[in-house]
Ligand binder design. Structure first.
Ligand code: PEP
Length: 255
């Protein structure tokens, strides 16, 4: 894969208790070594991050699932700033997850807000998994890549070329998230290749070659191997299966 290592992210979403997450982290301890060409990060609910920092095996990095667009501390009730995440040892953050873009039936995060959060997080020193992806009706209408381009464009406007070194793109077709429906390896590969081409045209060939593009959407041990074998799939972002020991079958499915 042209020198790219793999990136496997776990997204625990709003799941778990101190007790259940500790049990899960103990299970992870017994799952053998992580291959050298794989970087793993678990994005935990903010409240449990100190616990996860303490109990998670040390070869897995800790991430958050969102961060504030505010560049400093202050009067931003309910927000958590990039600096605060860094202060408690967070290395990674997910920005632009489709659930946040959608807004849980309330006001969601638009493309510009996601791009601004991305820029703030990178400027502060976090690494970012930046999520993009189309809805079912958009795929059916044949506008998958238009949707992805619309989500990437404001990021390309705000970022400097060097910023791209500290982020990945997580391609997550919304219809595949939490539904048990997975894009076929061929479908995913086709979109990943188009995304890489877009980055080549709008950022640079070097960034396009170097950036990792993760697939997300009902990835699990039984389907990961075929997805990860595709030339433009450089890892996964995993929701449901990251709450089980099956997460390690995905990690071990890397070629
Ligand atoms: C996700 O939340 O990013 C995700 C891909 O979820 P799931 O693996 O459960 O589909």
């Amino acid at each position: 894969k042209k020198g790219r290592s793999y990136l496997i992210g776990g997204n625990w979403k709003c799941n778990g208790t101190a007790e259940s997450l500790q049990t899960l982290m103990k299970e992870f301890d017994n799952r053998g070594p992580i291959p050298k060409n794989v970087e793993v990060a678990i994005c935990a609910p903010d409240l449990y991050i100190p616990l996860v920092k303490k109990s998670l095996r040390s070869d897995i990095a800790v991430g958050a699932q969102n961060c504030g667009v505010n560049e400093s501390q202050g009067a931003y009730t309910g927000e958590i700033s990039a600096d605060q995440l860094l202060d408690v040892g967070v290395e990674w953050v997910i920005i632009g997850h489709s659930e946040r873009r959608e807004g849980f039936g309330m006001v969601g995060e638009d493309e510009l807000l996601c791009a601004k959060k991305l820029k703030v997080a990178l400027d502060k020193g976090l690494k970012v998994m930046f999520c993009i992806g189309e809805k079912k009706e958009e795929r059916e209408a044949g506008i998958t890549m238009d949707v992805c381009a619309k989500q990437l464009a404001p990021a390309a406007d705000l970022l400097n070329e060097k910023d791209w070194a500290n982020m990945s793109i997580a391609y997550e077709p919304v219809w595949a998230i939490g539904t048990g429906l997975t894009a076929t390896p061929e479908m995913a590969q086709e979109t990943h290749a188009s995304i890489r081409e877009w980055v080549k045209e709008h950022v640079s060939a070097d960034v396009a070659n170097a950036i990792r593009i993760q697939y997300g959407g009902s990835m699990k041990g039984s389907n990961a191997k075929d997805l990860l074998a595709q030339p433009d799939i450089d890892g996964g972002l995993i929701g449901g299966a990251s709450l089980k020991a099956d997460f390690f079958n995905i990690i071990h499915g890397v070629p």
